[in-house]
Structure formats: structure tokens, C-alpha cells
Design a protein around this ligand. Structure first.
Ligand code: F6P
Length: 668
């Protein structure tokens, strides 16, 4: 048995941490942001000056994982940064990785039951920043494990990669883009550069526009086509243009201050192209009091655009085509397509291609719909919370850096201990949409099979994320995580609940009861229950195998003081950066998403076929036997359901009718 004594946060742990204090300030000018060849910040930097550099005109570009500083004004190309993002080999070939592989045998000789008796170890594994406490002591890790993980981070050049993200280098090399969602929450006084341009003023120009617009809508100064205030908002978008805003909206709905700010207002989301979602989103709404926000980074996503056309027809069918300018606004990077759709560019809210869709909730994508519902001031607090974690992530030594620790231990669980999944288990109903949001952020980011420079991985990257609020999950899938597969769990608890129920005859409040489960579950997973304990309780022999819990199942417990806009922002940024850390270690590009494209192309072929079969009676051809059979069955089965032509048909009218809306369970 190798139980590690000593503290996890020993200052001497690794020299890599000393270097972190050398993080450059965000206010560095573009030329300052280029590491000097002697700085040591970029060991693979190539100071290949072929001509004197005209520093003021340096623009960071990037191609195929190589960052290149190009002097455009002087017309001279100078490679000055090198290719830290490009993995030169697989990280699995590194000594640090192999060392961790060997270390697994040592950890396999331990049990959390014993590791948790080491108070010094446990103390060192409880970390805190800006009100958030994370207890890592139920991870199957010792001080030695942490040292080895820090060595791995050094090998993977984690520190340099984080730095590159914050200074706007094009670390998303396959799309030649910077990854600067952190700039979306930067205070006005910050300076963050992308291709030589300070983007903070651009961010604030849009934020100011959102404040002005949302104030006018909320106060009733901006009215609809018939002069009525717009009290209801339908946000149309999918993926990153939906899940983040839905997560935040759900988190704030029951918080007393934000709930008060949202009084008499509705915010609905329409994401799925399924007409049932249209029916649910529009159920009971009236066109004359509804504002539609089309959210699409590209403004080409098939589902979003069909839903946008559908809801535009719903608006104009009642109010006429001129109503679009009063009832429809857009959030996109593609102002040209917004205009072509018929939305006045004045009513468009921009964001930038350096914001990935799944990282866009802090752009207008989230800030506009959420400000319309909760007021701009509340949503700026959300941005401030995220920014607080951004600064912590950028500057804290790794041994105290929450996102870094979260990321490293996830890699440990997934790549070394053989646990491909993560259960996200908030003991807070208001966080019910956290897991669906993190599912996209994590799985679309890290679900990759090759390194950033295209080498096939010989280890699994990515993590299967799922989750439900406790205690609901306990009555669903916890059986599997207690006695079946080993699934690392994130338990998230809130100290002061948004809502309070206390019955005189109960010994604890309802929220206390919830939290009793939060505390109990982590220990149940860690300790389990032995056959000896069962025998001592008089459990009959034949039941002992069924009632035994092996324990030794890793989890972490996170405590937030409250769930308010600020802490929701902190939570979001913690997960975003954890996922970036994982990807940086695995050596993949966490910021592209080529894997979603193929299905879209095939769907378009089916669309063409479906239309040809319906309108011209063309037989289904060019597909395999399975798809041909299924398509024929579908086309045959649906001939009975033709709607009378030529009018537009809205499911809300057909299914529920404006006079007698059916009460659907919705997000209001
Ligand atoms: O599903 C792929 C994807 O591109 C996501 O990355 C993105 O969040 C979503 O579609 C929506 O894209 P858009 O905002 O361009 O409509």
C-alpha cells in the first residue's frame, strides 16, 4: 500500500509553476505579446528573422498549427513564434505520460477508504478561489500523482498554450482562428489583441448596444407593430447558439433578484427543427407582443434558418411584412446574410469568428436574450463572474489553479484510470441545464481522433458527459455508478439556496435534506460497503454479493456560496477552461468541430430526394438498401398527412389554437 503523506499544494512541487507567475499582462501590446527568443516561454520558438522586424506592424497569423508573426507593412515575412500548438509527437510517447501509466499500478493498490484517512493529503486537496471550494480528496490520486500530472502539463506545454489562448494567437489552426471567448467578459479597461486589433472596444460597443436595446424593450420604449410592448422573447438557435443561454436562463429563473427583474416577461427557446418544438415555443404567445431573436453564428444552420423562416411567417401572417423590423432581430457574425434575410443591420448584434459557437454564451448570443429577460445589469454580473475565473486560470500557480486541476484530474481519470465518462451532478434544480450545455462544450471540443497536427491518437481523447440534478439522478442512473461502471462524478452543491422551504415539524429544511444527499453520495461512492460490514449487520449470505459496494469510485465536490449571476458565470468559466486544459494536454484542437459536417451533407441529399419524390414522383435511388427501405416507408406513410395548399401552417394554430392554448410544461 503506498499512501502518500504530505500536502498536495507543496510550493516545491514543480518548477513549472514558478514560470506561471511570468504570465504577461493582458494589456500587452501586440509586439510585447510576442515571446522573445530568449524568454524560454516557447521552447520550440523559431527566431528565424530574415530581415529586421517592423514591430508595430506585426500581425499574428497561424497556419496548420504554426504561429507566424508576419510583418505586413514592411512586406517581410518573419517566423518568430514557432509551433507550440502543433504536437510534435503524441503526448503518449512522452516520459511523463509513460510514468503516469506506470503509476496506475501503484494507485490500484490504494483504496479511497484509506486515502481519505490521510488528513494532510485531504487538506492539500481542498482548493478555494473567490468563494468557490473544490474538494478533490475523493479523486484516486496522491501527491505523487499530482506531481506526475504537473510534469505531464509541462511536457504538453500547458502553460504556454494557455498564454497563447489569452493573447489571441490562432490556436484553432484548422480554421485559422483565435480562441478569445475570454475577451467577451473583459472589463472595458482591458486590452486584448487579435491580429493586432484590440477587441475589447468592439466587445463593449456591442454590449452597449445590447444595454440600450434591452432597456428600450423592457421599458416599453421599443414597441411592436401595433404599438404594444414586447413582453415575450423567442430565441431561435441551436447548439452553442442555444444550450449556453438556456443553461444560464434556467439557473436564474428562480433566483429572487433575477426572477423579480423578469416579472411579466417570458423567454422561450426554439432550437429543434421538429415542428413540435415550434408548437411548444409559440404556445400561447401573441405575435404583437413577441420579439424574435435569431441566433446563429453562421446564419446558415439549416435548422435555425428554417425555424427563423417559420417564425417570420408566423409574425407576418398576423402583422404584415413591415412588422419584421419591429419584431425580429439577429445575432450573428454574418451581417450580410442577416440583411438578406430581411433584418435591418441596425437590428443585428455582432460577434466574431474568434468566438466558438459553444463558447459564445458571453457574447450577444447569451447576453442579448438574457438581458431582455433579466436586465443588462444582472447579466454583466454573470460576465464578471466568468472573468474572475479567467484571471484565476491565467495567473494562478497550477497547484492552486481550479480549472487546471479539474482538467488534469479528468485526463488522469479518462486516459489512465480508464473512465471515459463524467457525471455532472448538481444538487440544485436551477442547474438542470448545466450538463446538457457542458455536453456540447466538452464533447464537441474534445471528441477528436487526431492531434492538432493530424496524427492519429493512440489514446482516447474526449469524455462522455452526462448528468441530472440530484436527487433525481439518484433514482435513475446512480445504481450503475455505485455498483456497475466506474464513472467519476462532479457533485455541485450550493450553500445558500435560491429558494427556501422549512416545515416546523421537520428536523432539517428541504434544502438541507437535498444537501444531506450531496454529502452522502460522495462518501458512498468512495467508501462503498464491504461483505464484512454486511455480515455484521446480519445480511444473509446469498444477498451479500448483491449488497456489496466496492467503493473506490472517484468524485469531486464543489461548493458555491449562492447561485446568482456572478456564480453562474464562475461555474461556466470553470468548465470551459477545464475542457481547454484537457484538450491542451491531449494535444488536440479543442476549438474546431469538423465531425458535425458529414451528417449535414447527407441530410441535404435526403432533402433533395424527398422533394423530388413528393413533387415529381421520383423513385428513391442512390441510397443503400437500408436507407432506401426506410425512406420509402416514410414517404408512403406520410401521404395521408398533406396540409391544404397553399397556406402556411403553424402547429401552434393546429394543435393548440390561440384561443385555448394547452398548458405545456415550458420554461416560463
Ligand atoms: O452543430 C454544429 C454547430 O456548428 C455548433 O458548433 C454550433 O454551436 C451550432 O452548430 C450552431 O451554429 P450556428 O450558431 O452557426 O447556427
Amino acid at each position: 500500500m503506498s499512501l502518500e503523506a504530505g500536502r498536495f499544494n507543496l510550493a516545491m512541487v514543480l518548477s513549472v509553476h514558478a514560470a506561471i507567475s511570468s504570465h504577461q499582462p493582458l494589456s500587452a501590446s501586440p509586439e510585447q505579446r510576442l515571446p522573445s527568443p530568449s524568454s524560454g516561454a516557447a521552447p520550440s520558438a523559431l527566431p528565424l528573422s530574415r530581415a529586421p522586424i517592423c514591430k508595430k506592424s506585426l500581425i499574428a497569423l497561424s497556419h496548420a498549427g504554426r504561429s507566424i508573426a508576419r510583418n505586413t507593412r514592411c512586406g517581410v515575412t518573419v517566423e518568430a513564434i514557432g509551433d507550440i500548438m502543433a504536437a510534435t509527437g503524441l503526448i503518449s510517447e512522452s516520459e511523463a505520460w509513460i510514468d503516469l501509466k506506470d503509476h496506475v499500478a501503484e494507485i490500484n493498490k490504494t483504496h479511497l477508504r484509506e486515502l481519505l484517512t490521510d488528513t494532510s493529503r485531504c487538506e492539500g486537496m481542498i482548493k478555494e478561489h473567490d468563494g468557490i471550494l473544490i474538494d478533490f480528496s475523493r479523486q484516486r490520486a496522491t501527491q505523487k500523482t499530482m506531481e506526475k500530472l504537473f510534469s505531464l502539463s509541462k511536457e504538453a506545454k500547458l502553460e504556454e498554450k494557455i498564454k497563447k489562448m489569452f493573447i489571441g494567437e490562432h490556436i484553432n489552426s484548422t480554421e485559422d482562428r483565435a480562441v478569445l471567448h475570454v475577451a467577451l467578459r473583459a472589463p472595458r479597461t482591458e486590452h486584448i489583441f487579435e491580429s493586432g486589433r484590440d477587441v475589447v472596444p468592439d466587445v463593449w460597443e456591442v454590449l452597449d448596444k445590447i444595454k440600450d436595446f434591452s432597456d428600450r424593450v423592457r421599458s416599453g420604449t421599443w414597441v411592436g407593430a401595433t404599438g404594444k410592448p414586447l413582453t415575450d422573447v423567442v430565441a431561435i438557435g441551436i447548439g452553442g447558439s442555444f444550450l449556453g443561454p438556456l443553461f444560464v436562463h434556467t439557473a436564474l429563473q428562480t433566483e429572487p433578484e433575477t426572477a423579480k427583474a423578469a416579472r411579466n416577461r417570458k423567454l422561450r427557446f426554439l432550437s429543434n427543427v421538429d415542428p413540435i418544438d415550434v408548437a411548444r415555443a409559440l404556445n400561447g404567445l401573441k405575435q404583437e407582443t413577441t420579439l424574435v431573436v435569431i441566433v446563429s453564428k453562421t446564419f446558415t444552420t439549416a435548422e435555425t434558418m428554417l425555424n427563423a423562416r417559420t417564425v417570420r411567417s408566423w409574425i407576418t401572417s398576423a402583422l404584415g411584412s413591415n412588422a419584421v423590423s419591429k419584431h425580429m432581430v439577429a445575432i450573428s457574425t454574418n451581417v450580410k446574410l442577416v440583411k438578406e434575410f430581411g433584418i435591418d443591420p441596425e437590428n443585428a448584434f455582432a460577434f466574431w469568428d474568434w468566438v466558438g459557437g459553444r463558447y459564445s454564451v458571453c457574447s450577444a448570443v447569451g447576453v442579448l436574450p438574457l438581458s431582455l429577460q433579466y436586465g443588462f445589469d444582472n447579466i454583466t454580473k454573470f460576465l464578471e463572474g466568468a472573468w474572475s475565473i479567467d484571471q484565476h486560470f491565467r495567473t494562478a500557480p497550477f497547484e492552486n489553479n481550479l480549472p487546471v486541476l479539474l482538467g488534469l484530474l479528468s485526463v488522469w481519470n479518462a486516459s489512465f484510470l480508464g473512465c471515459p465518462a463524467l457525471a455532472i451532478l448538481p444538487y440544485c434544480q436551477a442547474l438542470q441545464k448545466l450538463a446538457p450545455h457542458i455536453q456540447q462544450v466538452s464533447m464537441e471540443s474534445n471528441g477528436k481522433g487526431v492531434t492538432i497536427d493530424g496524427k492519429v491518437l493512440d489514446y482516447e481523447a474526449g469524455e462522455i458527459d452526462f448528468g441530472e440534478p440530484g436527487t433525481n439522478g439518484q433514482h435513475s442512473f446512480y445504481q450503475l455508478i455505485h455498483q456497475g461502471r466506474v464513472v467519476p462524478c462532479d457533485f455541485i452543491g450550493i450553500i445558500k439556496s435560491q429558494q427556501s422551504v422549512f416545515l416546523r415539524n421537520e428536523i432539517v429544511s428541504n434544502h438541507d435534506e437535498l444537501m444531506c444527499n450531496f454529502f452522502a453520495q460522495a462518501d458512498a461512492l468512495a467508501y462503498g460497503k464491504t461483505p464484512e460490514e454486511l455480515r455484521a449487520e446480519g445480511v444473509p449470505d446469498y444477498l451479500i454479493p448483491h449488497k456489496t459496494f466496492t467503493g473506490n469510485r472517484p468524485s469531486l465536490s464543489m461548493l458555491l456560496p449562492t447561485l446568482k449571476p456572478y456564480t453562474v458565470g464562475q461555474l461556466l468559466a470553470l468548465y470551459e477552461h477545464r475542457i481547454a486544459v484537457q484538450g491542451f494536454i491531449w494535444g488536440i484542437n479543442s476549438f474546431d468541430q469538423w465531425g458535425v459536417e458529414l451528417g449535414k451533407v447527407l441530410a441535404s441529399r435526403v432533402r433533395t430526394q424527398m422533394n423530388a419524390s413528393r413533387t415529381k414522383g421520383k423513385p428513391v435511388e442512390g441510397f443503400n438498401h437500408s436507407t432506401t427501405t426506410l425512406l420509402n416507408r416514410y414517404l408512403k406513410g406520410k401521404t395521408q398527412l398533406l396540409y391544404p395548399e397553399p397556406q402556411d401552417v403553424f402547429p401552434s394554430n393546429i394543435l393548440v389554437g390561440p384561443e385555448s392554448p394547452v398548458a405545456l410544461e415550458d420554461e416560463d
